[in-house]
Design a protein around this ligand. Sequence first.
Ligand code: ADP
Ligand code: MG
Length: 576
Amino acid sequence: MSRIHLLPEILASQVAAGEVVERPASVVKELVENSIDAGARQIEVMICRGGISLVRVIDNGCGMERDDALLSLERHATSKIRTAADLAAIATLGFRGEALPSIASVSRFRLTTREAGAAAGTEILVAGGRIEMVRDVGEASGTQVEVRSLFYNLPARRKFLRSENTESRNTEHQLHLQATGHPEIAFVFVRDERVVFQLPAASNLRDRIRDLHGNELVERLLEVESPNENAKIQISGLIGQAGVSRQTRAQQLTFVNGRAIESPLLTAALREGYHTALMKGQFPVTFLFLTLDPAAVDVNVHPAKREVRFRDPVAVREMVVESIGRTLAGGRREWQQQFRAPPLPVTNPPSVSAFPDRNLPHVIAGVDDLGHSSIARPIVSRGREESHKQTNVRPADGAKANHQHFEIIGVLNKLYVLMENADGLVLVDQHAAHERILFEQLRRRMEEQGVPSQRLLLPQTFDLAPRDAEWVERNLATLQKMGIGIEAFGPNTFKIDSLPTFLSVSDPIRFLGEDMIAKTVCRHAVKANDPLRYLEIEKLIRDLLECDLPYCCPHGRPTMIQISLGELEKKFGRKV
Ligand code: ADP
Ligand code: MG
């Protein structure tokens, strides 16, 4: 007797469900993707008891006629692709024709749907994959899917579900992804009869993120600059400015052609793009969108369609790195416009007294609307002789420039410089600021002049993993400018024959990279509790504001923190 046989259809669906339907959040993902593909403008998701007892998704999309509704429950039935060519260039979120039959085979399932012009709609009831009833109904146009008692017929699967709270949170995260990917669609999420969020259709990503996460985050996000408008890969979205980071990857969202995906390649590219603006072990906040020819990306590689394969991964990586770097630099320009530091006043420097001096507010910066910097106009208060002369202050500077000024108020705990600007209070960590300044000076010097180097007695060769080798290869010129005599010595092998003189390292391979500069700098930077004198503080702040990335130290910790007047008002209960 032969041992091989075809599985019955329902069992085959349950097997497929094992891959597609892991938990309530995956049911929600598949159903919402279907609603989006159906052109819905409004999607309502309701779950009860973590989605285990009920998931309901209602949309106002195109709906289905009766035959299609019945067919949609068959395996491999889809309206989204027809040919192998379609499979090679997928433009929809779904394409396998597997989700509905899989879900229906492991739950008590109800589908009601009506096309916009149709006189009547269709209702289909399914239990464990068996159709139990089909009839006409008079629902609103669009589609409604109800999934009850998930895995009721597969107790082994049910046991793997987590607590209701965890499952709800997974679902909420899933909806955050969908809502971020499609700001133009209105979303409602109801959990155990409580509205968790209600997002109106938004005309842009920024508004959608504001509705999801609040204004405070949105104000610290930068609009991503795509490297080249004609490039095959377009990059857009919003990313956290330097210093905005999280301990988990929960807010590191990446989308490829509107699909939320997880990609080690993009994670690495983001990290590289953020460079020293990100602390070790921290993750950036990103809402990053890549748009490229559907044929240049394979989405048919992961059962839940969470991962993709790029046809040209190197190009993708480079584009992302470049646009992140560019965006962060753009954020820096904006910042500098706000706080531009003019040259130090030249007339009669004030007699130096030890700082802090509480009665010494000092205007440092001013930029008029044309971007010209004005000369600093120190305000020397009572108790001190006027030692600065006002020089060359143009009449127009007054009120206009005012909101761009900031004043040093004093120093707290011999560490934090307190300043005032138009938005409120700014706190600067002296140590972090000094580290950033030294770091950039050193890096600039290396880039401009190179660094004197010293020959090694014995040249050393070493092998690297292909990925690292590729990085070293690409950065050979920079490394040579850093005073490292390095050259390729075979496919993944390199030879080092000289090192910068100021370094005495026993293991030349270990210091490759800016991490090394950061560490060297840290040792030289002002120690936190140095009582810096007033003039030095002023200089420190000016130098900081001239940096490429003024708002974080080389390790990614913030150098300054803004506490807005609004926040203060809230704290003092003046505003709710
Ligand atoms: P896929 O999305 O991969 O095509 P599904 O099993 O998820 O497979 O859905 C099967 C088909 O049912 C879809 O191709 C689509 O034509 C139809 N469909 C599913 N959900 C909806 C919906 N909410 N509105 C309109 N049509 C739908
Ligand atoms: Mg689908």
